[in-house]
Design a protein around this ligand. Structure first.
Ligand SMILES: O=c1ccn([C@H]2C[C@H](O)[C@@H](COP(=O)(O)OP(=O)(O)OP(=O)(O)O)O2)c(=O)[nH]1
Length: 160
């Protein structure tokens, strides 16, 4: 069973009233990264390739608090601290207005016990402007069984 937005909001901080949806909580865009070097997925491990935060202040255009993203693939870091409570699994979907603007957020599974700010793959199929702090995604929580809780290398990411 998927939980209500009010329940999800207890595990996402900070949240404002306009982020709480009937079935989930909207997540905002904090930082956009561009990958510079190849990563590696091995049989025994993985490595995320070097990347750089897209600098807002160096963009010559208009609003300094807005990302002007040309077509391409980016990694978006969300602005909220997220914790996936025990007995649950999380899924993130794009905000439909993002999708309706020919952009997509691709996401993976959010494990019980994970805490952090989390990231998603932002695919820009048509140039778009996204204000930093704007809502781009929605987290939902479903009840789920599990033996262990998340204890991987991304635990606590973005909370430093
Ligand atoms: O779209 C997503 C999906 C998940 N996560 C977070 C929550 C999840 O619990 C954690 C690790 O995800 P996963 O287990 O898929 O990563 P992995 O590549 O298998 O790494 P690890 O070896 O640390 O498990 O990353 C995100 O930030 N974005």
């Amino acid at each position: 069973m998927f939980r209500s937005g009010t329940f999800v909001a207890e595990h996402v901080s900070p949240t404002t009233a306009d982020q709480v949806q009937p079935n989930g909580v909207d997540l905002t865009l904090d930082v956009v990264f561009e990958q510079l070097e190849p990563g590696r997925i091995g049989r025994d491990g993985k490595q995320v390739g070097d990347r750089v935060a897209r600098p807002l202040e160096e963009l010559e255009q208009k609003d300094p608090d807005t990302y002007y993203l040309p077509q391409g693939a980016y990694v978006a870091r969300y602005g909220e601290r997220i914790e996936i409570p025990e007995g649950h699994v999380g899924f993130v979907y794009p905000r439909s207005s993002l999708m309706r603007n020919s952009c997509m957020l691709n996401t993976a599974v959010w494990d019980a016990g994970y805490q952090g700010r989390g990231e998603g793959l932002l695919q820009v199929h048509h140039d778009i402007e996204i204000e930093r702090g704007a809502r781009i995604a929605q987290l939902v929580l479903a009840e789920a069984g599990h033996e262990d809780v998340y204890d991987g290398s991304y635990q606590g990411e973005g909370l430093e």
